[in-house]
Design a protein around this ligand. Structure first.
Ligand code: NAD
Length: 245
């Protein structure tokens, strides 16, 4: 009961901060989409706890992609392409706050395109998107459905291999996206961080650029960042956002 009233108090504080701001930035990770049925990496039922011939961070590396492309695409189609997933309350509220002029940007480590599916416009995708795919030879673009329906290594009409526009381990982040994310976070009034273990760099380092005093952390599990936050809400982000205006 005491826990419940403490949670109500925290939700009220967050609601007040959101309603009183026109410069909210959201920084999120895989935990934002677990309530849409897409597994994250590090939760108990996440991909790191499932058994494969190689660990996911090995399969999702540039070296592995170059050396074992067919194996890469087997994993990619089975685990990374979740095209039937629908946005949950977290995606929907963020889109609503943007429309209301409260939220300036979403900085996401996710590659699933669910923020855009919910209607968000200014989404800075640090790790790219499964929705964009390009021929490595001629640059022609392909849909995610084409990738899903292809067999083995997806091929372009020119004969080249098609690569998802997703940042693999060992690859660098797009510098313009990184710059825009950094600027948005630097200028934010309220920074809400949600559904991320904050262990993947350089993305996680962006949080250090926040200068304000309304740093909110919403995560299912405790994280190393908890003591730096002004407000920590431990819970499922879709449920928490569902309780907000
Ligand atoms: P992560 O798996 O390392 O961490 C997820 C975090 O979210 C954990 O702390 C977990 O406790 C929390 N979480 C899970 N479900 C939650 C919920 N419903 N509400 C609140 N918190 C919840 O993910 P990460 O920090 O994003 O970093 C790993 C990498 O995973 C990223 O680079 C990202 O590109 C990639 N990834 C993306 C997707 C996607 O696009 N949906 C899915 C899997 C992995």
């Amino acid at each position: 009961m005491a826990d419940d009233s403490e949670m109500q108090e925290k939700i009220k504080t967050l609601n007040d901060w959101i309603q009183g701001s026109d410069n909210i930035v959201f920084f999120g990770g895989a935990g934002v989409s677990t309530e849409s049925g897409i597994p994250d990496f590090r939760s108990q039922d996440g991909l790191y706890h499932q058994q494969y011939d190689y660990p996911p961070e090995t399969i999702l590396s540039h070296t592995f992609y170059v050396r074992h492309k067919e194996e890469f695409f087997r994993f990619y189609r089975a685990k990374m392409l979740c095209l039937d997933a629908e946005p949950n309350m977290a995606h929907k509220k963020l889109a609503q706050w943007e429309k209301e002029g409260r939220l300036k940007a979403i900085v996401t480590q996710n590659i699933d395109g669910l923020h855009q599916k919910a209607g968000s416009k200014n989404v800075l995708e640090l790790h790219g998107s499964v929705l964009r795919n390009y021929c490595e030879k001629c640059g022609k673009s392909y849909s995610a459905e084409y990738m899903r329906d292809s067999k083995g290594i997806p091929k372009c009409t020119c004969g080249g291999d098609i690569k998802p526009d997703v940042v693999l381990y060992e690859e660098s982040l797009d510098s313009q996206t990184l710059d825009e994310a950094l600027r948005a976070i630097q200028q934010a009034d309220v920074l809400i961080i949600g559904g991320t273990s904050l262990v993947v760099y350089p993305a996680a380092g962006l949080v250090d650029y926040y200068r304000g005093h309304k740093l909110v952390l919403i995560n299912k599990d405790a994280s190393a960042m908890d003591r730096r936050a002004d407000l920590v809400i431990q819970g499922k982000i879709g449920e928490v956002f569902g309780a907000l205006d």
